[in-house]
Design a protein. Sequence first.
Length: 158
Amino acid sequence: MTAFKSSYFFRLIRKDYNPFTPDIITIDNEMIHHKRRNWYLLSTNYQKYHFQYIIGLDVRQELFGADIVIETSGSGTVYLKGFSKSSARQIASMCSQYISKNTSRNVIDSLNTNLDKLANTKNAPTSVADELIKLKGLLDNGLLTEEEYTRQKQKLLN
């Protein structure tokens, strides 16, 4: 888990005058955790965004510091202000890697499930050759690894 905290100096420039309400972002393999104390310092607002549901992540660099904009399919757009440029770039880099891993993992899992169903049915509407062509296309597009391709190919041929 990696944690990042927004800087009071960069938030002050953006008219966030309370020094005790930084944005704290923690990133793990599956999601982004966002914590921020409310203005009155009575409670902490906590949200988490799973990489599977993140549509886009943008770093907006200003003269001083950078802002991070996260677009999600469920929560809408989230603005995190007051990070240093290097921290924002590091956050974006880590998130991009995790987003691609989580997205491809879900696509591969659903493909494996569907291919298992097709391989187990007796009255399959498509031929084995058609399925092999589809598998080869998935391999060429980078959605399947060589190992997954070989495993699914053996399932179809048996």
